[in-house]
Design a protein around this ligand. Structure first.
Ligand code: AMP
Ligand code: ZN
Length: 112
């Protein structure tokens, strides 16, 4: 999508510190890290949010989780949190589906 920030990162029009890339997904470091590890895993295809995961894309979601696992392994994380914010009230600010991978510090529950 033309004006989507994360589509621009996928196309290489905006720089990002990429830690993974394959045919369907990329992972890159969050610009405002909320934990020692804060990596975003996104599909290359533009989907505004988790609601874009229909039956035909169920496998894509599994792929994003597998990439998050691989990044966690690469960073030596045994414990981590994955977060997907859906909608502004839930804290979504970039409307291209992304999985936050957070780790390297104790996490509280419930989240804010
Ligand atoms: P969310 O609030 O769930 O939509 O998450 C969006 C995330 O994208 C935030 O954690 C931002 O810090 C992050 N972000 C925004 N712009 C960039 C960028 N240019 N490169 C990397 N991360 C970004
Ligand atoms: Zn996009």
């Amino acid at each position: 999508m033309k004006d989507c920030l994360f589509c621009k990162i996928v196309r290489g029009e905006i720089p990002a510190n990429k830690v993974h890339e394959d045919e369907r997904a990329i992972a890159f470091e969050d610009i405002g890290p909320q934990a020692p590890t804060h990596t975003l895993v996104i599909p290359k295809e533009h989907l505004s949010d988790q609601r874009g995961i229909d039956e035909s894309r169920a496998e894509l979601m599994g792929h994003l989780i597998r990439v998050a696992n691989q990044v966690a392994d690469k960073k030596g994380l045994k414990s981590f949190r994955t977060v997907i914010n859906t909608g502004a009230q839930a804290g979504q600010t970039v409307f291209h589906l992304h999985v936050h991978l957070l780790g390297g510090r104790p996490m509280n529950w419930p989240p804010g």
